[in-house]
Design a protein around this ligand. Structure first.
Ligand code: FAD
Length: 458
């Protein structure tokens, strides 16, 4: 009897799962394995919101496998050591897994390959499980990756996609391979009060609803902050409860400008992944340094705290930061505004902002988070690195009636559309009626500091 192990990582699903399909086709039985990797915890990457969502995903994966006659095996520890133990226990011939993108994922793969080879066991690594187009599959003539999105997207869109793989009907798992208990969301503390439920089943329901009711208006409404009209699929995509390849196919089948705009966002995700794949240092170091003299935690502690807590005195910035805390998720326009405020208006190191986002975001992802922060900081791939988003004009444009702000900053609930974005303009008693801070910095002062720090001042 031949036996394969499928090591699940950021691909917690049964539909469109090429490693599982290959393992089932090539062997009589499989061990679906997830290792709670101690290195991920040691690196501080186990934020409660993501741990809770992960627990939902594992519970759902186990349930899906049980419906098919199998089960999920969960272990904890060093991922390489645990896989080797399971290989020995099950007498496995092969291990299948998805190709990762980060520096850590590459090192994990190399270590695993070497350890398994020593045991006479083969490692198969599958591309296009975590991204729709594999990093490196499209490159410009003169470089190993694209540094600009538009030409990347042009080639990305021309790339033939593999067909989506059907979910298996039956999964045979041998007896005698023990598992820890599947972690439960209820066992995680410090979770945001309105965190979404996770898991492939939930994700697939949301995709169906999105394709029916949401995607058609996406092009027009993706920046509508109060309308909340984006897909909110990011955590499912991050954990691989949804397949990017399948999402592209299903969105393209829906057709129209909304679908086109949505698929373009999925290409942004692949774009950041292909940058990180060749520049793993971009998770912590400037991709293109501007020799900034950022303000650090020591120098700007009070400003950073006000930003984290949503007390900057700029309502739209505070609304975004409070949504992040409450839901573990933030609207993309709010991410742009809050990030611009920290790095440009407060001139604080982007790494401080990225770290805070990662401590709360349920979709928190090294490629997308760090490279979007770098984009906003102007140290990444933005071709206008010195752009500064004005939080007042942006708020008036994307939240014209102040509905988003009033939703998240209840202190200002009594103010109408215009006044809610500039409460400091209220006079006397009117001003005193609102228990809300004055702006921590004047916008021209922030701009001057940024220009000076970046060496742009006249
Ligand atoms: P939709 O608008 O419905 O887009 C569909 C999908 O496309 C998303 O789910 C996501 O997978 C992808 N996508 C959309 N926009 C981007 C983008 N700019 N870059 C990469 N992929 C994108 N996204 C994350 O998934 N994880 C992060 O940690 C993350 N951190 C960010 C930090 C900052 C400072 C900024 C400005 C953006 C960040 N984003 C991140 C990108 C984007 O904000 C989220 O993907 C999006 O808001 C998720 O909501 P949605 O699923 O409704 O997106």
């Amino acid at each position: 009897m031949t036996l394969s192990i499928v090591l699940f990582t950021s691909d917690l699903r049964l539909h469109d799962h090429p490693p599982l399909r290959a393992a089932l086709d090539g062997s009589d039985a499989v061990v679906p394995l997830f290792v709670r990797d101690e290195a991920v915890a040691d690196a501080g990457f186990t934020a409660p919101n993501r741990m809770a969502f992960l627990a939902d995903c594992l519970t759902d994966l186990d349930a899906g496998l049980r419906e098919r006659g199998g089960r999920l095996v969960v272990r904890s520890g060093d991922v390489v050591a645990e896989v080797c133990k399971v290989v020995a226990e099950a007498d496995a011939d092969e291990v299948h897994m998805a190709a990762g993108v980060s520096g850590y994922a590459h090192r994990r793969e190399e270590r695993l390959r070497a350890a398994l080879e020593a045991e006479g066991c083969r490692l198969h690594v599958h591309e296009t499980v975590i991204t729709a187009v594999a990093p490196g599959a499209v490159t410009p003539a003169s470089s190993d990756h694209f540094a600009v999105f538009t030409p990347y997207h042009r080639q990305w869109a021309r790339q033939p996609l593999r067909d989506a793989v059907a979910a298996p009907r039956v999964v045979r798992v041998p007896d005698g391979v023990g598992s820890e208990e599947i972690p439960a969301r209820s066992g995680v503390s410090g979770v945001s009060p309105s965190l979404a439920a996770g898991g492939e089943t939930e994700g697939r329901k949301r995709v169906s609803a999105w394709l029916r009711n949401g995607i058609g208006a996406y092009e027009d409404r993706h920046d509508d902050m109060p309308g909340d009209a984006t897909s909110r699929l990011s955590p499912f995509i991050h954990f691989g409860a949804l397949s990017p390849v399948e999402l592209v196919h299903r969105s393209a089948a829906a057709g129209g400008p909304g679908a086109e705009a949505f698929v373009r966002q999925l290409a942004w995700r692949d774009f950041h992944h292909q940058v990180l794949a060749v520049r793993p240092d971009a998770s912590t170091a400037d991709y293109r340094t501007k020799h900034d003299r950022w303000r650090s935690e020591d120098v700007a502690h009070d400003d950073i705290e006000a930003w984290r807590e949503g007390r900057t005195g700029y309502p739209v910035v505070d609304a975004g930061m409070r949504q992040l805390r409450q839901e573990g998720w933030m609207h993309n326009r709010a991410r742009l505004l809050t990030a611009s405020f920290l790095v440009k208006t407060l001139y604080v190191d982007w790494r401080i902002g990225a770290r805070h986002f990662l401590s709360l975001l349920v979709d928190g992802d090294v490629a997308n988070n760090q490279l979007n922060w770098q984009w906003m900081a102007g140290t990444g791939t933005d071709s206008r690195p010195n752009r500064v988003l004005n939080p007042v004009t942006q708020a008036k444009r994307y939240d014209p009636d102040g509905v988003y702000v009033r939703r998240w900053v209840p202190e200002l609930a009594g103010l109408d559309g215009r006044a809610v974005h500039e409460p400091w303009k209220l006079q006397g008693l009117d001003r005193a009626a609102y228990d809300y801070p004055d702006p921590i910095v004047e916008l021209p002062e922030g701009l001057a500091r940024f220009r000076e720090g970046r060496g742009l001042a006249d």
